[in-house]
Design a protein around this ligand. Sequence first.
Ligand code: GRF
Length: 214
Amino acid sequence: MTDTPSLISPTPTLSNKDRPPLILGVMASGSGSNFEAVARSIECGSLNAKIAVLIHNKAGIKAIDRAQQRGIPTVFLDHRNYPTREELDRSIVATFQAHQVECVVMAGWMRVITQVLIDAFVDRVINIHPSLLPSFPGIHSIDQALAARVKITGCTVHLVSLEVDSGPILVQSAVPVLPDDTAETLHARVQIQEHFILPQAIDLLADRNSHPEG
Ligand code: GRF
């Protein structure tokens, strides 16, 4: 055997698992079940990523416990302390940069973000939304779906652009709307799918990151 590579061997393509983990910064304002879904995917080895930090804008939310149980640092940035959205976003960017974050995951972040965050992480800010976008953007998407009497709704993970709940779609999943659904039962069904597609979308982004020309 020699060290000379065979000319007929295909160039080996690496799977995401052969690369360094994608460093994530997560933003949450609530229960953090999507944060937990990402953390569990990492823990079971199906997602090659690392959550470097959780930013939250509310005290006492369950997302904080979920991070602390795992030894993941949490940073509280109270939006009420910032005179403009841009100033809040500058603090978010500084926090993520200090933790070497490569990809930003908005996992139930209930604030509108600005160009400041988008420009700092171009094509690397993703959001999860509880509807099949472009249907039912904005708040109360579950109520909107019930009011519209649609038979199918779902959830979407998309790259974030300035317009709320727009930007290129990465992954979607559909669920039925049942005749006796309430907002709670429908949201619970949608969330089961959210917990599948958010890690999938991050994996897609990790792949895209390692093939930047693609
Ligand atoms: C999710 O339904 C997500 O789609 C929306 O906010 C909710 C957050 O849920 N943007 P959780 O805090 O992850 O449980």
